[in-house]
Design a binder for this molecule. Structure first.
Ligand code: MN
Length: 128
């Protein structure tokens, strides 16, 4: 299936454009925001099929945003892929322990991102 709505939370213009190009090419619809705070609002209202969450953001970070999403019954079922460039050696473990449904490292690989998005969307069919 294609045409699912994906919410992209990313503060870096270049990364956001790359993600947009990959997802639009694959036939997804996207909404882009640059802060976790905006992402939480949009997720409640638009019910995306998937969220791509940058971890390092101005204001609230992506892991805190993820916890808010999972604590809210309106957004708790939306799968979230963490996208991060952090060199912190244990960050991947922190992300996995938090319960993110997927993980992508930066620099973003076109093939890997497309495959991960499709895998997670297939595994979490939307109810609407
Ligand atoms: Mn960032």
């Amino acid at each position: 299936m294609a045409g699912e709505l994906i919410l992209v939370v990313e503060d870096n213009d270049k990364n956001r454009k790359l993600v947009r190009d990959i997802l639009e090419f694959k036939g997804y619809r996207i909404i882009e925001v640059t802060t976790a705070e905006e992402g939480l609002e949009i997720a409640c209202v638009q019910h995306p099929a998937l969220i791509l969450m940058d971890i390092q953001l101005p204001g609230m970070d992506g892991i805190t945003a993820f916890k808010h999403l999972k604590a809210d019954p309106r957004t708790s079922k939306i799968p979230v892929i963490a996208v991060t460039a952090s060199a912190m050696p244990n960050e991947r473990e922190v992300i996995e322990a938090a319960g993110f449904e997927g993980y992508q490292s930066k620099p973003i690989s076109v093939k890997k991102l497309a495959a991960e998005v499709s895998r997670i969307i297939d595994a979490h069919p939307t109810l609407t």
